[in-house]
Write a protein that binds this ligand. Structure first.
Ligand SMILES: [Zn+2]
Length: 202
């Protein structure tokens, strides 16, 4: 097999959810694909990082020429409810359910010292800043994944709110326990909607 094809297979095989056999099949698909498609594919990969930035308020992903995402700049979204999620895709899942009309804050992970993720690696400071700059009471929905990291993350937020004198302005809630058997992204729409509707105060 030519070296360049071997290299392509090993690059594809590096991707998650791709087995060696499917990596080979995908490489041959690309080998036979039309030139325009391949050029667009290559361009998208080359410009991927350079074309994506983070919203200055919620840290969601946006095009580089914007500063603020559509949700943060929308006047129709409630400002006094912030849904805190671990990952961008968690936000997408909740958005797709169409039940939530507030705004988001993306932590980009959860506290997990075993996996080398510490408090300073995550997007906490801008959350506390958002809360302290907000005039009036607000609700924080902790919609992160239900596991040990989630508990540590929620506990850290609660203790910091207390420490910074913000707790009296903030009602912290969590999704109802219905999602405890799996991750947010695997929850079906009805379960997710009910879990948000029936959220409980922590
Ligand atoms: Zn935003």
């Amino acid at each position: 097999m030519p070296e360049s094809l071997k290299k392509l297979i090993s690059i594809i095989n590096f991707l998650p959810w791709v087995w060696e056999k499917s990596a080979t099949k995908l490489a041959f698909f690309l080998l036979n694909a039309n030139k325009n498609y391949l050029e667009n594919f290559a361009k998208s990969l080359i410009h991927l990082h350079g074309s994506i930035a983070k919203c200055e308020i919620c840290w969601s992903l946006i095009d580089t020429w914007k500063h603020i995402c559509e949700i943060c700049s929308s006047q129709e979204r409630q400002k006094d409810i912030i849904c805190v999620v671990e990952e961008y895709l968690d936000m997408v899942t909740i958005e797709n359910s169409k039940i939530f009309k507030g705004r988001y804050h993306i932590l980009w992970g959860a506290i997990s010292p075993i996996n080398g993720v510490f408090i300073w690696d995550l997007n906490f400071e801008s959350l506390f800043q958002r809360i302290s700059e907000f005039e009036g009471a607000l609700e924080l929905i902790m919609a992160t994944n239900p596991n040990i990291e989630w508990e540590a993350t929620v506990q850290y937020i609660l203790s910091e709110l207390e420490k910074r004198g913000l707790k009296k302005f903030v009602k912290v809630t969590r999704l109802s326990r219905w999602l405890s058997s799996g991750y947010l992204e695997y929850a079906d729409n009805i379960t997710l909607i009910n879990s948000i509707k029936e959220r409980k105060e922590i």
